[in-house]
Structure formats: C-alpha cells, structure tokens
Design a protein around this ligand. Structure first.
Ligand SMILES: Nc1ncnc2c1ncn2[C@@H]1O[C@H](COP(=O)(O)OP(=O)(O)OP(=O)(O)O)[C@@H](O)[C@H]1O
Length: 766
C-alpha cells in the first residue's frame, strides 16, 4: 500500500454507499474538464494521423524508388502511431501530481502535448513521472499531493488523494485508505490480465525502472505482481531504450500458451505492440512441443549434459572409410582412399562452420580430388589426347556412387531427423550418451514419428545450432541476403537522416529507424516488424529477454535462452517455492550460476496483492507442514469469505465439487470460478460442470473467456480466479510426488474465495 499520511476518496459510483464529500465532488468535476480536454487532444491527433496516412496512401508508389520507400516508411510510421493512440483510449490518464512549486502534472499511458507544444500529460515511463509511484509522506520528493483519477473508459468516476504535505492535511476531509488500489484488487476477473499502471507500488516501481544491462532476478511469493512487474518493465525498457530495443526487440517467455494468452493484452494497453511473446514449447519455429508425459523423461531432457550429447550425435554421422572404395563415374572406376576422405574431413572441420554448412566444403574437396584422380586415369587411357575435362567435376558430383559415398561419410541432417533417430535407435543413443544409464536410455526410447514435446524444444534448438542450414544453396542465399541487407541499411540511414527534420516537427522523432526503412524496401512479402521477423527466426538475438515462472526452467532451457540474448540482459521473475517441474530450481544461485556466475542481482517482492489474508495463511501453513519453506507474505486485505473446507463421502466427490462451483459462483457474483482438480478427475469434472452450467464452461485452460473452468494445478500456474474450488488436495500432492509446489500454487489462485472438497484425509496443515 502506498505510504501516505492521509488518503481521501470520492467515488461517484452507483454502488458507493458513502455520502459524497462536497469538496471532493468538486475535484471530480474539475478533473472531468481536464480529462475531457485530454481526450479531445487524443481525438485530434488521431484524426491528424488518419489524414496523413490517407494522403500518403493516395500518392501510392509513384516517383523514384527513394521517394516510394520514404513514403512507405511514413505510412508504416503513421499506422504504428495510430495503433498506439487507439490502444491507450481506455483510461488514458490516471494520475496527477501537485508539486511544492505549484506546478501540476498529469500522468497517463502516453505523453501528450498541445498543438502549441505545451505539455498536457506525461508518459508514466518518463523520468519525471517516477515520483508518482515513489513519493511518500517521509520522502515527498517535492510532491504535495498525489491524486489518482478513477476512470471508467473515458469518464472520470472518482478521485483519490494521497496528501503528502502535512500542512495540507486539514484540507483533506475524508480518509478512505488506498481506494484506487483496493478497487483494482477486488474488481471481478475477466480471464485476461489487466495492466496496473495506475497503481504500481513503490517496491514494484523500483524494479520496473531498474537499468537495462545485466541479469535481474525478481523473487516473489504468489500474487506479489511478478508477472505484472515483468510486463511493465518490458514496456518501460522499450520506452527508455527505444533506440537499442526497437530493432533487436524484446522476448517474453512464459510457461504455456494459456498463460501467454492470459497476459497478451497488457503490453498493447500500455501502448507497446512490438514484443515477441512465446511459451517455452514454441521457442523452436515450426514446432509446437506437446507436454512431456513422463516427468522422469522431462528431468533427463532438462540436463545440461545434452550439450555434449547433441554435439556427439552431430559428429557421429561424420566418418571415414576403412579401405579403398571404388566409385564409378561415367563407366570409369575410381578408387577413393581413406586418406582422400580424411583430408576432406579435416579441411571441412577446419572451417569451424556448423555441420551442414561445413559439409559443403567436405563435398567440394572430396569431389575435386576424385575428379583429379579420374582425370589422371582418363589421361593415361587417352595417351596425352587433351580433350575438354571441365565437365569432370560435375560428372563426379552427380555420379550415384559418389553421392552414396558422400552421404555415408557426411550425412546432411535436420534437427528433427537427428532427434527422432536418437530416440528411435538405441545404438545411436548409447554411442553418443555414455553419461546416461541404460535405464535412462530405455525411458527415452520412442517410436519414429512421435510428436516433439516441450522438453525436446531445447534439444532441437541445440541441434539446429550445431547443424546449421540444411540446404546448401540456402546457406549461400543467406550470405547474399546478409550482404545486400548491410548495403541497404547504409542507404536507409541516409534516407532517415533526410526525413528526420520532418519527423521532429511532428514531435515523433525516434519512431522511425533505418532498419524499418530497409524492411519497407524489401522486394518481396509483406512488411514485417522486428517482432514478426524475430518470431520466425530461431537465430534472432534480442535486446532483452523477460522470463516468467522462471523457477521451472531446466538447465537446457536456460542454455538456449542465453543464446537468444548474448548481451545477457534479462529480467527473470519467479518463485522458488512454487516450483513443480522435475527440473525446478532450489535456489536462483543454483539455477543461474552455470550461465552467469555471480553476475546477477536478486530483488524481492513481499506483498501479495491477489489473495486475501485468510487464504494466504492457510496456503503458507500447508506449504510449511509439507516441508516447503515460504517467506511469509504481507497481504493487502483479509477478504470477505473465510476458506470453506468440506469432507464428503467417497462417491460424491465430483457432485460435491459441482455444487461447490455453483455455491461459489452465487457467492462472488460476476466473475471467474475455477475447479482445480487432480488430472485423473479432469474430464469427469468437466462433464459434470457442462451438465450443470452448459456452454458457460470453458474447455480447458485455453478458454479463460468462459466464467467456469476445470483445470489441473499445473494449468492454473500464473492464472487467477475470483473463486477456486480445490478438489482432493491429497491427490494433487501425490501427482507431483509429494512436492507441495503445485498445491501451493492452487491454493493461492483465488482473489476472493476458496472452497476445498475432499474425500480423503486432508494433507497436513489444512
Ligand atoms: N500495484 C498493483 N496494483 C493493482 N493490482 C496489482 C498490483 N500488483 C499486482 N496486482 C495484481 O495482483 C495480481 C497478481 O499479480 P501477478 O499475477 O503479477 O502476480 P505474480 O507474482 O506473478 O503471481 P503468481 O506467482 O502467483 O502467479 C494481479 O491481478 C495483478 O494485476
């Protein structure tokens, strides 16, 4: 909660039972006028951009290449700006600061200036806006009063004042506590995460605004706002380091696709769209990893040993020949010696290129040697008759025998093919993975054509890195494109310099960079943003990477993520206590040391904003009683509903759970109710809920837009619901072999009510 000496609220809402305070009502009126003016300016800017865009589009692609590309660049820039202006329409402004100097500043989602360049509203990320989140009565930082403006879409419905200057206290006639924060925390959930820009707390703000370089780990218990903070930090970094991050991009990684869709509206509402969001299962373009069914396999595949295993698996397919081997080229027999093959292998390895690309050198060298030998044979046969021999190399390359020999010694490989072989051919795996026991190798065995799992994704990535481009001509094409891109970047730089004065005049400098112009000039395909290009390019390196639920990541997952950001600029958020995967870390030091050594800073969040105090107490008790040490969290409210615990007869578990969903739904009114159940009961519970509630029941965690859901504890990770019906906690505990992380996650999902239904004895701590 914000540390103010006094707080005064006026909320002109129908459900507000308080008698409106006259002075504050006037405050609302006063703000309505100013906010109306801000929206008027927003509409004006929008109309302006629409007109400019229409004009550029009318001109079309006439004129020189240079003119056309400049116009395209302008059109793209207007489109981006329009998208941004549209995205911030809802609750555009949320704060006002009254300074000792008498100056008053409004804080909102973006910065706005009037037509005559007067500042009307500060972007929340601007340095001067920081005090809105940081000022306290003890450290006022020149602020007399902080006012929260409570908007519903475009309408001001209330104001809340934090009076920081003691001499103003008399003017404040009403004391209501942190109304803006509480209103946000108790609002009904919609299945989509919202931004917290209006109520960021000071411990959160310090993390959001921390410097870009280096690795920052944010440890925090459930509901402390780690996800919210990570997303606001991404928006902040894109704003304050736009030059560096616009073209390199920011990657946000989360545990699964449900979680990614839960958070995907937050950044657009903050005016940022150019971020790549990806679940761990989707990090390898073209593959969607299915959940790994066996946790023992998941643990094995998470070990860092796979860097060595994949390396050995790649080179395993390079081999020489034991004896001379004859190949026939156009009817002539040529003996290929082990020496010739070894020379070609050595030359190729010496290039240091990835496997498939180095193979090109191997093929070139060996084919040349065979052609020379063939030439000598032909020369001898034709006794000095020097006919044209230039075709010989091509003949050798296309001879069937030669192609078989080349593949035998150096097989071209795809990452998918390599992994499939490794798990389908036991001898191959035992040759390259002596560090795995026979029992472990047996566990890894699977039929060719089996789907790739999320635990395979880092292994595919590692294989792709070592194998390089499969298609030989694609390698050359990539090099050609790279050279062409460097040339166009140079041209584009000049074009941007020409355009800069106009841009500055419009007050939008920094929005167009040379890379954007290059993209516009690309001859084929639609215009792609950096984010779109990054998403399909496995080797893309980002300017910053944000990792959520990071306690679950395996060493192999960290290994490939580190490659995505060689600058090692990371924001890593998670809670060691919530770890439930077989690779989950037991400390941040243990998880990160192999990759960054000691070079990381750990920050901590300590207040749970989601879950009422009575439920948090229960969750902490259960965690401790089952051997999980948690740091005790402060909570913001006790909540209106103490947890309900019901024991039912053996045959009534699912019926009782359905009835509890009904009861909780009635109790919390509008909002989301989730039944968190053991995997075994998932489909049964879903069927029972559908019979009771029909189409209002979502099918799995992917349908957060419905108001009733049944999901597993694993699927509930990172999400939240107004009420949770927790079914058979003893079995949930067993599912993760007694690790209490998943149960602790399930217990901390509600924002209002928790209802436990059990047949079996409850785990310790309940
Ligand atoms: N300063 C804030 N103002 C308003 N709401 C907040 C604030 N901080 C956090 N919240 C809300 O608290 C809830 C929990 O936040 P979030 O999901 O980011 O927590 P978390 O630490 O990632 O939780 P978990 O680890 O349990 O998944 C969200 O609804 C979020 O919007």
């Amino acid at each position: 909660m914000s540390d103010s000496q006094s707080s005064a609220t006026a909320e002109i809402m129908p459900e507000d039972n308080d008698v409106p305070v006259p002075g504050l009502e006037a405050g609302v009126e006063e703000e309505r006028e100013y906010v109306g003016m801000l929206y008027h300016r927003l509409d004006e800017l929008r109309a302006e951009k629409e007109a400019q865009l229409a004009k550029v589009r009318r001109v079309g692609s006439r004129g020189t290449m240079q003119n056309a590309s400049e116009r395209d660049a302008f059109a793209a820039m207007y489109e981006d700006r329009l998208a941004q202006l549209n995205a911030v329409d809802d609750r555009l402004v949320f704060g006002r600061l009254d300074h000792d100097s008498g100056e008053c500043r409004y804080i909102g989602r973006i910065g706005l200036t009037s037509a005559s360049h007067q500042r009307l509203m500060l972007d929340w990320r601007a340095p001067e806006a920081g005090v809105f989140y940081q000022a306290t009565a003890f450290e006022r930082q020149g602020v007399r009063r902080r006012r929260h403006l409570l908007l519903k879409r475009r309408e001001v419905h209330g104001v809340e004042d934090d009076v920081l200057d003691a001499s103003m206290l008399e003017e404040a006639s009403h004391n209501h506590g942190d109304g803006a924060l509480l209103a946000a925390l108790t609002a009904r959930r919609t299945g989509q995460m919202g931004d917290i820009v209006a109520t960021i707390q000071s411990e959160q703000d310090r993390i959001i605004r921390a410097d870009l370089p280096g690795v920052m780990v944010v440890q925090g218990g459930p509901g402390t706002g780690k996800t919210a903070v990570a997303l606001h930090r991404a928006a902040y970094l894109l704003y304050s380091h736009r030059d560096r991050l616009k073209s390199a991009g920011v990657l946000i990684v989360g545990p699964n696709t449900t979680f990614m869709s839960y958070i995907d509206r937050v950044l657009p509402s903050l005016g940022e769209t150019g971020v790549v969001l990806s679940s761990l299962a989707d990090l390898f373009p073209g593959v969607h990893g299915t959940p790994e069914p066996d946790s023992r396999v998941e643990e094995i595949k998470g070990r860092l040993d796979w860097v060595g295993i994949i390396g050995a698996a790649v080179t395993h397919r390079q081999r020489t020949i034991p004896d001379v081997r004859d190949v026939t080229v156009d009817g002539t027999r040529v003996g290929v010696t082990p020496k010739m093959v070894n020379r070609a292998l050595e030359r190729a390895r010496a290039t240091g290129k990835p496997y498939n690309e180095a193979r090109t050198t191997f093929v070139k060298v060996l084919v040349k040697e065979i052609a020379e030998k063939l030439e000598r044979i032909i020369e001898k046969r034709s006794e000095g008759n020097d006919a044209d021999r230039s075709y010989l190399v091509e003949d050798v390359r296309s001879a069937r025998d030669v192609r078989v020999l080349l593949n035998l010694c150096w097989m071209p490989r795809s990452p998918q093919g390599l992994l499939e072989d490794l798990f389908a051919k036991p001898n191959y795996l035992s040759d390259v993975a002596p560090e795995l026991s026979a029992a472990e190798r047996e566990l890894l065995k699977r039929a060719p054509g089996s789907p790739f799992t999320s635990a395979d994704v880092p292994l595919l990535d590692e294989a792709a890195e070592l194998l390089g481009t499969l298609d030989e001509s694609a390698g050359r094409e990539a090099a050609r494109q790279k050279a062409a891109a460097a040339r166009s970047l140079d041209n584009a730089q000049r074009a941007v310099e020409n355009a800069s004065p106009q841009l500055e005049e419009m007050g939008i400098e920094g929005f167009l960079d040379a890379q954007a112009v290059v993209d516009m000039n690309a001859e084929s395909g639609p215009r792609l943003t950096a984010a779109e290009r990054a998403q399909v390019d496995r080797s893309w390196t980002y300017g910053h990477v944000v990792v959520d639920e990071a306690q679950e990541l395996s060493a192999m997952q960290w290994h490939v993520l580190m490659r995505r950001c060689p600058l090692k600029s990371f924001t890593i958020v998670g809670d060691i206590a919530q770890g439930s995967s077989p690779s989950a870390a037991s400390s941040w030091q243990q998880a990160m040391a192999p990759f960054v050594g000691e070079r990381m800073r750990v920050e901590e969040l300590t207040v749970n904003y989601r879950t009422p105090g009575t439920i948090v107490e229960l969750a902490e008790r259960v965690a401790e009683a089952n051997g999980l040490h948690t740091t005790s969290l402060r909570t913001v409210r006790d909540g209106d509903y103490p947890p309900v615990i019901e024991q039912v007869p053996g045959d009534q578990l699912v019926t009782a759970a359905t009835a509890a969903v009904r009861a909780e739904h009635d109790r919390v009114g509008e909002g989301l109710v989730a039944a968190i159940v053991p995997e075994r009961l998932l489909s049964l519970t879903r069927r029972s809920l559908v019979a009771e509630f029909g189409a209002r029941v979502g099918h799995g965690a992917g349908s957060l837009s419905e108001d009733i859901l049944a999901l597993s504890a694993e699927e509930a990770k990172g999400l939240e619901f107004d009420a949770v019906v927790l079914v058979e906690p003893a079995e949930i505990l067993e599912e993760t072999a007694g690790r209490v992380g998943s149960l602790y996650v399930a217990l901390t999902r509600p924002t209002h009510a928790l209802h436990v239904i059990a047949v079996r004895e409850l785990p310790a701590g309940f």
